[in-house]
Design a protein around this ligand. Structure first.
Ligand code: CIR
Length: 255
């Protein structure tokens, strides 16, 4: 969670067509734009140098740059997103990553993996199987992570949850924020787990950046709990991106 750099991509006008499991109304381009701008400002205020890429109209979900690639100080991995409408986002970010990283690896076919299913902890990289991340994709990813000196482990995402990280985020080297449904699976045994209060499940997709923890502004009980635990909380609006199943980790690649 210590980051000097981040890459983000501006939301396209087509973000109103973004993928969603359940239709609760389309987000507006202007509303998503405001949430994105405040997010970029919060990253900068936390000490991160942010590269802002241009919007891609052909890809409604392309502002969620976390999904088509993984980045580490030691190199990047180009992924194969599991949603058909997002598959081409990888090619769009490849040149950017080749400019920023000496070592760029590519997930081989036929597996699929979304960055939203990948949680990096100090000692391992957890890969959650989901509707987007297949066993073949996860197995191939473990081999690539080994090339970067990282240990990958395969875990499962609760049924009905888009991504593994929709339900958890790392708060510090030994503490995880998670939903009760994910923690119950035992994946975080050995770590301290703070549970998001019932009814605030979407708050589990928080984001620790340097000395701050970004939390959705619609989740006051989670924010208060984290403050009581001593974290420096930054509340950011996420009501529009939430309509297309996204949260705070999705909008950047960080290293
Ligand atoms: C999608 O369904 O792919 C987008 N509407 C939301 C992606 C959210 N990304 C993430 O959790 N990493």
């Amino acid at each position: 969670y210590s980051f000097d750099n981040a890459i983000v991509r501006l939301p396209p006008v087509s973000v109103t067509q973004g993928l969603r499991a359940e239709d609760r109304g389309a987000p507006t381009h202007e509303g998503v734009g405001t949430e994105h701008r405040l997010y970029v400002e919060a990253l900068q205020a936390a000490g991160v140098a942010v590269e802002v890429l241009p919007a891609l109209e052909a890809f409604p979900d392309s502002l969620f740059v976390e999904d088509p690639a993984l980045v580490f100080p030691e190199g990047a991995i180009l992924l194969r997103p599991g949603a058909q409408s997002r598959f081409g986002e990888t090619a769009a970010i490849e040149q950017v990553l080749r400019r920023r990283f000496d070592k760029v690896l590519s997930l081989p076919a036929p597996g699929f993996a979304d960055g939203g299913d990948v949680l990096v902890t100090p000692d391992k990289v957890m890969i959650g199987l989901s509707d987007r991340t297949t066993q073949e994709g996860a197995d191939a990813l473990i081999a690539l992570l080994a090339e970067l000196g990282r240990k990958g482990v395969i875990v499962t995402t609760p049924p009905g949850v888009l991504h593994f990280k929709s339900d958890c985020s790392l708060l510090d080297a030994s503490t995880m924020l998670a939903t009760a449904r994910l923690a119950a699976s035992g994946v975080f045994d050995g770590l301290r787990v703070l549970l998001v209060p019932e009814g605030e499940e979407a708050a589990a997709n928080a984001l620790r950046v340097n000395e701050r923890v970004f939390v959705g502004a619609d989740y006051p009980r989670t924010a208060a709990m984290l403050e009581a635990e001593g974290y420096s909380v930054v509340r950011l609006p996420t009501g529009e991106i939430a309509k297309i199943d996204a949260g705070l980790s999705c909008m950047s690649l960080r290293w």
